[in-house]
Design a protein around this ligand. Structure first.
Ligand SMILES: Nc1ncnc2c1ncn2[C@@H]1O[C@H](COP(=O)(O)OP(=O)(O)OP(=O)(O)O)[C@@H](O)[C@H]1O
Length: 582
């Protein structure tokens, strides 16, 4: 709710400039087709007048033939133009949707990590896939209907005035009342549509989490709770739709009522005028038919109006995302480093997720190029945050981090991250082959480079057992891998990427001895010659580290190598002996 309040309305002018104007070619062709189609549509009521006033009373067979020919041609024109219209405009609308989806995804993926910390995955999926869908109404057939409707109504209005100004005036009053009602109504439902986007995203977000975490849910027997939460979500969605339906159906009914009353009045006035000889039967029939043609689009407008309102509401939300600054949009990040040596220095670095609550408090240390810095400490002490700062995922609130003497905040993300590698606990593998997963950071690596990485990470030890080797599919449609196997793929990927700076979050899970020793060996190769920050859980890694930082509540409590720290019998000794006891 608070999110929707923050939103600014997208204006008609903005939409015209960014969506309508660039498509002026399609839309003008569409417009011409609409004009032809609507004019053709008026041939039938026009012909009826001649049929009644001239052909039938005079028995004029020649005129009858011409009339029938004209009506038949008009109908063919109408069907051809409406086909072409749908083809041109609907296809262009879908094209626009795909372009917008790509644009929103491109933007979202470049937002800072902090943004993702605060958003649900499913919610973002919904923003990319669903929010932009409404725009099809702006460019697609909705647009054609609106322009066509306005045009038909105007032409019919002129024809009605020509036939009888008095009867036309009688019709215009309810039309004006209807106009006021519908304008008010659409102003009211725009926030409802926007709220729908929010609810939709929330419900989808939770659903994605529920399905992803199904093991935990079943493990805690929490199905009933999730069912309840989802039901509550879909009910909110239903109530929202209901609310907008009440408004739109009110508008449609108001139209039917007001315009129906007008038609009734017309019957009276028309009958009176015919009896007085001031109106012919043909004119009366044509008036009634034209009136229908004028009214139909106005009633339809309520539908189109809600489609437009929906489009605008979706655009409001899309615009909000597109206005969120990209992580690279920090004017200071202009330094391009061709090659990074990897000397990293933290100088009095502080960081807070929430203002006033520092999680990292004035930390200073040096990580020389090629060294391994192990971060140890209790849970929540700030290890991941420090690693995130070194990875440029987070920026210090005060103090500086320098890389080869340059402030990390001035280095372009592209140039730093191209020399950065991360191996995280629950590493990200996607559907595809093992080969694709390893090649992911360097899709154009040679077979030789790939094989080197595969060997270094001891991936072959298990892929050799698969019939398709490295080409084995993993994920839903392929084999399931063990935790240790997944880690080795992640390590192979990092070896192939050959980064200068490496962030490593060691897995805490206990592995069997064979896996464990293979992983240790792989990690050793991986860390060699790279500036490594490792959130260390394995004793072997900690022992070999060039320096260990013992983190306590965001500060470095102790610093040194394993043996020296043990001798000191301080905090590290306590942690170490406590772990050893377990
Ligand atoms: N995205 C976030 N928003 C707000 N607070 C956060 C966020 N991430 C972490 N914190 C807080 O910052 C503190 C340090 O967290 P951090 O993840 O760095 O600790 P850690 O030492 O890595 O813990 P662990 O070993 O359990 O992973 C914790 O108190 C945590 O609650």
């Amino acid at each position: 709710m608070s999110q929707s309040k923050k939103l600014k309305n997208v204006t008609v002018g903005q939409v015209f400039k960014t969506i309508i104007w660039p498509r002026r070619k399609y839309l003008s062709i569409g417009l011409v087709l609409i004009i032809i189609s609507r004019l053709a549509g008026l041939v039938l009521p026009g012909a009826s007048k001649y049929l009644i006033d001239d052909v039938i009373p005079n028995g004029d067979m020649t005129l009858l033939k011409w009339l029938i020919l004209a009506v038949a041609v008009a109908i063919v024109i109408q069907s051809v133009t409406s086909f072409a219209l749908t083809q041109i405009l609907s296809v262009e609308a879908q094209h626009l949707i795909s372009q917008l989806r790509a644009k929103v995804q491109r933007h979202i993926i470049q937002l800072p990590i902090r943004f993702f910390d605060n958003s649900k995955t499913g919610e973002l999926v919904s923003r990319i896939m669903t929010d932009v869908e409404g725009v099809r109404n702006l460019v697609g057939t909705g647009f054609a209907q609106m322009i066509g409707g306005v045009l038909t109504s105007l032409i019919c209005l002129v024809l009605l005035i020509v036939i009888s100004p008095l009867m036309t005036a009688f019709v215009l009053i309810p039309v004006a009342v209807f106009g006021v009602i519908s304008l008010k109504a659409f102003g009211k439902i725009r926030p409802i549509f926007r709220e729908r986007g929010v609810i939709n995203a929330e419900v989808t977000g939770r659903l994605t989490e529920t399905l992803g975490g199904v093991r935990v849910i079943k493990g805690f027997n929490a199905e009933a709770q999730e069912i309840k939460i989802f039901e509550a979500g879909v009910t909110r969605l239903f109530l929202n739709v209901k609310q907008s339906l009440v408004t739109t159906s009110f508008v449609t009914s108001a139209a039917t009522l007001l315009l129906g009353l007008a038609s009734t009045g017309i019957m009276g006035i028309g009958g009176y005028l015919i009896m007085n000889g001031e109106l012919t039967f043909g004119d009366f029939l044509a008036f009634t038919l034209y009136l229908g043609f004028m009214i139909a689009p106005i009633v339809q407008m309520s539908n189109i109006g809600s489609q437009f309102t929906e489009a605008f509401a979706g655009l409001d939300r899309t615009e909000e995302i597109l206005n969120t600054p990209l992580e690279s949009e920090d004017g200071k990040r202009t330094l391009e480093l061709e090659h990074i040596h990897g000397d990293i220095i933290f100088d009095k670095v502080s960081f807070a997720y929430e203002p006033g609550k520092d999680v990292v408090k004035g930390i200073s240390f040096k990580a020389p190029a090629g060294s391994v810095t192990a971060l140890v400490g209790t849970s929540g002490s700030g290890k991941t945050t420090i690693a995130g700062l070194a990875a440029s995922f987070l920026n210090p609130d005060s103090g500086t981090i320098t890389v080869d003497g340059h402030d990390l905040q001035t280095i372009s993300l592209q140039s730093y991250r191209s020399q950065l590698g991360v191996v995280l606990q629950d590493d990200f593998l996607f559907e595809g082959t093992i080969r694709d997963n390893i090649l992911f950071p360097r899709p154009h690596a040679t077979e030789e480079q790939l094989m080197q990485a595969v060997k270094a990470a001891h991936v072959q030890e298990f892929t050799d057992r698969f019939e398709d080797g490295l080409n084995t599919l993993i994920g839903e449609r392929g084999v399931k891998l063990s935790g240790g196997q997944r880690q080795r793929i992640a390590i192979a990927r990092a070896v192939l990427a050959d980064p200068r700076v490496l962030i490593l979050d060691e897995a805490t899970s206990n592995l069997d001895t064979e896996s464990e020793s293979l992983i240790q060996a792989s990690l050793k190769t991986l860390m060699q010659g790279r500036t490594t920050f490792v959130i260390a859980h394995r004793l072997s890694t900690i022992r070999q580290a060039d320096q260990i930082l013992v983190i306590e509540q965001g500060r470095i409590a102790e610093q040194g190598r394993h043996e020296a720290l043990l001798e000191k019998k301080g905090r590290y000794y306590e942690l170490y002996t406590y772990q050893a006891r377990i």
